[in-house]
Structures are given as C-alpha cells and as structure tokens.
Design a protein around this ligand. Sequence first.
Ligand code: AMP
Length: 118
Amino acid sequence: MTYDSENIFAKILRGDIPCDKVYEDDHVLAFRDIAPQAPVHILVIPKGAYMTFENFSANASAEEIVAFHRAVAKIVKDENLAEKGFRSIANSGDFGGQEVPHFHLHLLGGEKLGPMLP
Ligand code: AMP
C-alpha cells in the first residue's frame, strides 16, 4: 500500500484545508477532531507521510518518534488531561476502523469515558 497524498490530513498539513490547531513543531501537528467524541478530542499526527502506527514506528527517524511522544506529553499537560486521566487510541487499517490513512493518535478526555470497546 502506498501513501495517499490526497487524504484529508495530508491536505491539512499542506494548508489546503484549515484545522483547529492546538500544537505544531517541525515534526508534529495536533488539532481538534471535527466530530469530537469527548469534551476534549485531539488528533496528533506526524508531518511525515506515515499511514499507520506500525508504519510510523518502523520507519520514522528517532527524532520524529521522540518529537511525536514529547508533543503528546505537552498536549496532555496543556489540556489538563493528566490529572483525571484520558484515553489514547490509534486505529490501524480496516479491522482497526481507520478512516483517514495518515497515522494519527486520538487523545480523548474531559469526562469519564465508557468501556474501551462499547
Ligand atoms: P480514524 O477513524 O481513526 O481514522 O479517525 C479519523 C478521525 O478524523 C475521525 O475522528 C474524524 O472525525 C476526524 N476528522 C476527519 N476529518 C477531519 C478534519 N477535517 N478535521 C479534524 N478532524 C477530522
């Protein structure tokens, strides 16, 4: 499978469509989900063209991987998610229910979440 550069997050990264940005650095962009499933619902994405979590983990540089995780930690702190807790989800592929084929980590919080798989 090859990366589809017309996916919606690639368009956001190019600035072709807007997003509600919460964080950006050289390697990472984070923005609010357009259809939030919790009071706080943020998507964290690498700027590189990685389709899935395992694709990112296998192929991204150490610098990109560190930047991604540090960004997650900063966003969790800035959004006050750490104290009461939150959930992070990365859907991968068809069985994982991934809709947008650019790796993204969902950060969900702001209220007590239900069971992991309803
Ligand atoms: P997934 O099913 O894991 O691929 O999640 C894709 C997520 O992207 C969904 O939660 C959508 O609501 C969200 N989404 C789709 N388009 C946009 C957009 N333009 N801006 C922000 N979030 C989006």
